[in-house]
Ligand binder design. Structure first.
Ligand SMILES: [Zn+2]
Length: 245
């Protein structure tokens, strides 16, 4: 039986007027460019992101979103807790677990050893230092791999940056800048490389057509589908590394 829209809306508005769906707060984003309504769960902030195109009223969008409360609850339940980077914690690096081997007497600089990341300096700021190191490794590795594949594809080397987007592992702008999630450095090599091949192929084809896919496979040197599957299955686990500050 269909409930009246007003009922649905009242069921997702708490007494504090904070919008909730499936037990999580909702962040509404107005996007004149969006073609349709979109609902996502931010695994890090544990909030629901609702994108509303310009022509659709917030009231209608909220009613639509609330119909998906079960899906939202399922997504939230599937988010594992975060794994803070503390002494003896295991952090994946290029697909292999690395133990945080912290000793206060050592220099602050992070040094990768066999199955461990050696770290020193004060305990305070350890996590920030390890995260900085991981991001640096990500930028260095991804820049180098992007450069190699760009020359193989016979295109100009793009500018490369890393960030921490929620739902994308890489993006390629029409101006030729490629941005990656730094968390790719946590994933196995074939996953990271397939993502690089995907973004570099976009420098040639700004679409997902057959020519694009053929180029991705050529640049990657193997079937890129296992990498996509890996990210779909394990991607959320990469997002739980490090405290959410
Ligand atoms: Zn793409």
């Amino acid at each position: 039986m269909k409930r009246a829209i007003s009922n649905i809306i009242s069921s997702i508005v708490t007494s504090s007027q904070e919008l909730m769906i499936g037990g999580a707060p909702v962040e509404v984003r107005r996007s004149p460019r969006a073609q349709r309504m979109r609902l996502r769960v931010d695994p890090r902030k544990r909030v629901v992101l609702l994108t509303i195109p310009g022509r659709i009223s917030q009231r209608r969008a909220l009613a639509w979103a609330s119909e998906h409360h079960e899906w939202v609850a399922r997504m939230l339940a599937a988010i594992p807790g975060c794994e803070p980077i503390v002494p003896d914690a295991r952090v994946p690096f290029r697909g292999e677990p690395h133990r945080i081997d912290w000793q206060p007497g050592r220099p602050r600089r992070i040094v990768r050893g066999d199955g461990l990341l050696a770290a020193g300096g004060p305990l305070e700021g350890l996590e920030a230092r390890v995260l900085r190191w991981l991001k640096g490794q990500a930028l260095e590795t991804l820049t180098e791999e992007t450069r190699t594949l760009a020359s193989r594809a016979d295109v100009m080397t793009p500018r490369v940056g890393v960030g921490d987007p929620i739902s994308r592992w890489g993006s390629c702008s029409s101006s030729g800048t490629i941005r990656y999630s730094w968390r790719l450095i946590l994933a196995p090599d074939f996953v990271r490389r397939a993502t690089v091949a995907h973004e570099v192929a976009h420098l040639v084809h700004m679409n997902h057509g057959p020519d694009f896919h053929a180029l991705v496979a050529e640049l990657h040197g193997e079937d890129p589908r296992p990498a996509r599957l890996w990210l779909r299955r394990e991607g959320a686990s990469l997002h739980r590394i490090g405290s959410r500050i």
